[in-house]
Write a protein that binds this ligand. Structure first.
Ligand SMILES: *Cc1c(COP(=O)(O)O)cnc(C)c1O
Length: 412
């Protein structure tokens, strides 16, 4: 950064403002019109007062907005707000959660570098790292979500990045973020955590030592199933020096409109996460007692294998995704029973998205994980009887009644 660079003004908030307040107010100061709701700057470029100023701005000698591929006030507001919630010095908005991971990898790594990744992360993340980045010379090892010794054993001299996600989809396995950060840092590598399922309202991975946080804004940040969006949070100096040149040239840019939707969605993030998490716990407890259900996966249940770790990392809450296996014998019968249960529900939306205020129900084995072979699915613990529910704000009694309708079809 050059001497005398003019920094963009910040919103002046008390230094001890809490997450709920930051979620409403962090961003940029209002325009000359004093709008209370943040403005949507739907513009591709910005005009300059004179040619010399334009030259300074393009030479990065003066901070300003020039072109929305890499700088837009609405996007900046969303980035500052999310950084404030995650407790990072910087944030970079991206077109989707997947492009956030692409930006991180292209910004930090080069051909021949090695990444260690949990084998339980989002399916598209595995495809991106292994199949696509593999073609550009990235080396990736996939290891157990929960066994830290496997992560340590996978280290190579050129390991640069550890990548994890917690809880995972759909089995809600928890990784020990502090232990992974320690392994990464001793090896001179970074730890990135996909914080999609908890959001910063429940879990702030930087508190446990993570360096970068990945978000799909599509999920809880928007929270109402409207837009595709993403972000990388992390140290501002690294985001500017390593990621910005890639974003600027490769353009995995977040649209100002989508940024605005996510920006406004974050205002209710904390209250939604608490309410949806409470609903999910009540539903998980109820499901665990129903006939026709073999096993419930939910970190808020004391029976979850990493319950204590989840409670310590996730502000004492299990988040809002609950999965369960129906009873039955053999893949064909299990699938039929799962389908019958889902088709009998009337309230839950049959869709694979999650993070919506509307409760969604899906069958991972034939949708999100349908591209895996049966052997891969079995290794991942995703059977044909598995159903995932991303619990929203529907009344808990309506959800129980809905699942009861479903369960009565398989009790017959
Ligand atoms: C949805 C999701 C992504 C990808 O986000 P998109 O916005 O759909 O690109 C990444 N990680 C996790 C955990 C997700 O649930």
């Amino acid at each position: 950064m050059s001497e005398g660079k003019k920094r963009l003004a910040r919103v002046e908030l008390p230094a001890d403002a809490r997450l709920e307040t930051l979620a409403l107010r962090e961003g940029l100061p209002p325009s000359q019109w004093g709008e209370n709701a943040e403005a949507l700057f739907l513009t591709s470029s910005f005009v300059h007062p004179d040619a010399a100023t334009a030259a300074r701005r393009f030479a990065d000698e003066e901070e300003s907005f020039t072109y929305s591929r890499f700088s837009n006030p609405t996007v900046t507001m969303m980035e500052r707000r999310l950084a404030a919630l995650e407790g990072t010095s910087g944030c970079m908005g991206t077109a989707s959660g997947m492009s956030a991971i692409l930006l991180l990898v292209m910004g930090l790594l080069k051909a021949g570098d090695h990444v260690i990744c949990s084998q339980s992360v989002f399916g598209s993340t595995i495809k991106l790292l292994q199949d696509i980045m593999g073609r550009f010379g990235l080396e990736v090892s996939f290891v157990s979500q929960t066994d830290v010794d496997e992560w340590r054993a996978a280290l190579r001299p050129h390991t640069k990045l550890l990548f994890a996600e917690s809880p995972t989809n759909p089995l809600t396995e928890i990784c020990d973020i502090a232990a992974l950060a320690d392994i990464a840092h001793r090896a001179g590598a970074w730890l990135a955590v996909d914080n999609c399922f908890c959001s910063p309202a429940l879990q702030q991975p930087v508190k446990f030592g993570a360096d970068f946080i990945i978000h799909s804004g599509t999920k809880y940040l928007d929270g109402q199933g409207r837009v595709i969006a993403g972000a990388v949070c992390g140290p501002e100096d690294l985001l500017q020096s390593k990621l910005m040149p890639v974003l600027r040239s490769a353009g995995m840019t977040l649209s100002p409109f989508n940024a605005w939707v996510v920006l406004k969605g974050m205002e209710t993030l904390a209250i939604r996460m608490k309410a949806q998490s409470d609903n999910a716990l009540a539903l998980a407890q109820w499901l665990a007692e129903q006939p026709g259900i073999h096993r419930v996966y939910y970190p808020g249940l004391a029976s979850h294998p990493q319950h204590a770790l989840a409670m310590a990392q996730q502000s004492g809450r299990g988040a809002a995704v609950v999965s369960f296996d129906v009873t039955g014998e053999g893949p064909q019968a299990l699938r039929e029973r799962a389908f019958a249960l889902m088709d009998a529900t009337q309230v839950c939306s049959l869709t694979t998205n999650l993070g919506d205020t509307k409760t969604t129900i899906s069958h991972p084995g034939t949708t999100s994980h349908g591209r895996l072979t049966e052997a891969q699915r079995q290794a991942a613990g995703i059977g044909q009887g598995l159903i995932r529910i991303a619990v929203g704000l529907d009344h808990i009694d309506d959800l129980k009644a809905d699942l009861q309708r479903g369960l009565s079809t398989i009790a017959k």
